[in-house]
Write a protein that binds this ligand. Structure first.
Ligand code: MG
Ligand code: MG
Length: 618
């Protein structure tokens, strides 16, 4: 198992809070960044002691800039500066100084000249019992490629001088990574890991603001690490992330995400023994936390949507509503988790139930990846359902396939006579969870690493109040699809949801039907009110898709929205928002893979118009 490290620059807060968060989540090592040390009101010796008290080793002190290839007085000054840093490092209790490649216009190129500088620095380091590691910055003046940095180190030929590899610098410039395999592992002093989204930016801005943890971006960090492993490298895996959002986020959450990303990466390389990913077969249920008054209104809506109250919990104020293979649970208990969720958030989804092949394996995998298991009160005769804390404090509960024998519906619910004919909704097509945008990467990592869901492409959606980022994760067979929406702009529907719901949560639930026109007609007959869509939308649709006049008229009459991709067609319609909290969507799709993103601005404008009087409309 590798030793996991994080650079203090990744985290927000005071240095002591950063160190505590790193230790709490389980990092064994840290890189102390000079800026954090300088800003801290304690001596280096105290910082060193604090680390040791927390059980943290300091794997390096960094950065030491603009060293090699200097001449005259500048060169001499650099050696003096290095000596001061070695003295500081002795106080701190670390022996590795990270030297990044020179960016100064005053520097002179030449591999041999740099190698000579490093040999001399190695001598100085040896006298202080220190080592130096050389890192190629992707924007270094003469050395910007790890292969050149390695050549400098090789020619310096000094036991105290080694190489630092940083996945971002190697991958951002699309340097071939195969050459890593020819570097002896013991000559690599440190490996730093960072991923990044695939942005077209100058490499310096890209690195300084958009780095993210391995698996959160688009760079082939796993391939990079596989090449490193082949060298026999046995040192720490150290996260070095410069990211504006991370530095404005919860210290503990970012530390946890960092460790999660490393453990998952090590698992991919078969260095950790996590329980294997268990396939997600679909949504087994969604549970709503409500009080008696909102339960009555919600149940009226569910009836309108064609659901039937099919079961009542044997010992709790909990009803089961079903249609097709959909299970909805309405919980009006006055104690317990659902009640506290209701008190905090108002009516809303408090549990997302997933059907998975091996619930216990998901729970154990989640535990190993630092997710919080939840164990609630279990009555006699009830099964303890493996459960993890999810988005906004809602729970993710894991049920086995009903074929596996256990069946909570049969065992814990009394069956009620269905009082209405079955409706036309077949399954849950997707759910959408809304959150602050700085939580998006965190929950993406949660769904990908623990549940094996895969990321679909990122969409940016125009809300009347600002931009909303939307990214979906889905199981390989698309039976579980979760759309994550995040916004920074405080006037967007997403941000408003987060404010009014007092945190992140499920904002809408989409049900699948095979015939949206007859489904919607039946729902309208039962009094369901749908979102009003302006006539302009349908004129534009006609121009874009050349639909038959009958289909277009039927869509216009019913307020049904439409989209199409290379795979097929998509129809969707939205209910009005329930008590300002969440809404339902009905969709009909064949092989279409999206979620109607082109229609989202139309939906968001319509929802803004339907806001209760007195709320800001922008
Ligand atoms: Mg680095
Ligand atoms: Mg949707």
């Amino acid at each position: 198992m590798p030793s996991y490290s994080i650079a203090t620059v990744c985290l927000s807060g005071r240095l002591d809070a950063k160190l505590r968060a790193a230790a709490d989540v389980g990092f064994q090592q840290v890189e102390i960044m000079e800026a954090d040390l300088i800003a801290y009101d304690g001596a280096p010796r105290d910082i060193g002691r604090m680390c040791r008290d927390l059980g943290l080793e300091i794997c390096c002190y960094q950065p030491f800039r603009d060293f090699e290839g200097m001449t005259g007085a500048q060169r001499a000054a650099n050696f003096r500066r290095a000596e001061r840093k070695f003295e500081l490092m002795a106080e701190l209790g670390t022996d590795l100084l990270l030297v990044c490649s020179n960016v100064s216009p005053a520097s002179v190129g030449g591999i041999d000249r740099s190698a000579a500088d490093f040999r001399e620095l190695g001598e100085l380091a040896a006298r202080h019992g220190m080592r130096v590691g050389y890192e190629a910055l992707a924007w270094g003046r003469h050395v910007s490629d790890y292969r050149d940095a390695w050549e400098v180190v090789r020619r310096a030929d000094h036991a105290r001088v080694g190489l630092v590899l940083d996945s971002f610098h190697a991958l951002a410039r699309r340097t071939p990574i195969d050459a890593i395999r020819s570097i002896p592992g013991d000559r690599i002093f440190l490996v730093q890991l960072a991923d990044a989204p695939d942005y077209q930016l100058d490499v310096l801005s890209w690195s300084r603001h958009f780095r993210c943890f391995p698996g959160q971006g688009d760079l082939p960090v796993t391939d990079f690490m596989r090449a490193v492993q082949d060298t026999g490298y046995a040192g720490p895996w150290s996260l070095e992330i410069f990211n504006d959002q991370f530095r404005a986020s919860s210290t503990a959450r970012v530390a946890r995400d960092g460790l999660r990303s490393l453990v998952d990466l090590a698992d991919k390389l078969q260095l950790e023994k996590l329980p294997p990913l268990s396939p997600q077969n679909g949504f087994s249920f969604l549970e709503f936390a409500v009080d008696a008054a909102s339960a009555t209104r919600l149940e009226t809506l569910l009836q309108g949507l064609g659901f039937v109250r099919s079961g009542r919990h044997k010992s709790k104020a909990v009803d089961r509503w079903t249609q097709g293979e959909i299970n909805l649970v309405v919980n009006t208990e006055k104690t317990g988790f659902a009640y506290s969720h209701f008190v905090t958030h108002g009516p809303g989804v408090c549990v997302v139930g997933l059907e998975t092949q091996d619930p216990q394996a998901v729970l154990e995998r989640g535990r190993a990846l630092k997710a919080a298991p939840y164990s609630g009160h279990v009555n006699p005769g009830e099964a303890a359902v493996p459960t993890l804390a999810g988005v906004g404090g809602a729970l993710v509960s894991l049920l086995p396939p009903s074929s596996a024998g256990a069946d909570i519906w049969r065992d814990e619910f009394s069956a009620l006579e269905p009082s209405a004919p079955a409706g036309q909704l077949r399954a849950i097509d997707h759910i959408a969870q809304t959150m602050h945008s700085d939580e998006m990467l965190s929950w993406l990592l949660f769904y990908e690493t623990i549940f094996g869901l895969e990321r679909l492409s990122l969409q940016e959606i125009a809300d009347p109040g600002g931009l909303v980022q939307s990214r979906a994760v889905a199981s390989a067979d698309d039976r579980v699809r979760i759309v994550l929406n995040g916004s920074n702009a405080s006037a967007t529907q997403s941000a408003r949801f987060v404010q009014e719901f007092f945190g992140s949560g499920v904002q809408h639930i989409a049900f699948a039907t095979d015939d949206i026109f007859s489904t919607v007609a039946a729902m309208r007959q039962k009094g369901v009110a749908f979102l009003e869509i302006p006539a302009n939308y349908y004129d534009d649709l006609d121009a874009r898709f050349a639909l038959s006049p009958e289909t277009l008229a039927a869509m216009r009459d019913n307020r049904i929205l439409y989209d199409r991709d290379q795979n097929g067609a998509f129809f969707q319609i939205y209910t009005q928002t329930f008590e300002g909290r969440f809404f339902f969507e009905i969709v009909q799709r064949d092989a279409y893979r999206g979620f109607g993103a082109p229609n989202a601005p139309v939906r968001l404008s319509a929802q803004t118009r339907e806001l209760p009087a007195g709320m800001p409309r922008h």
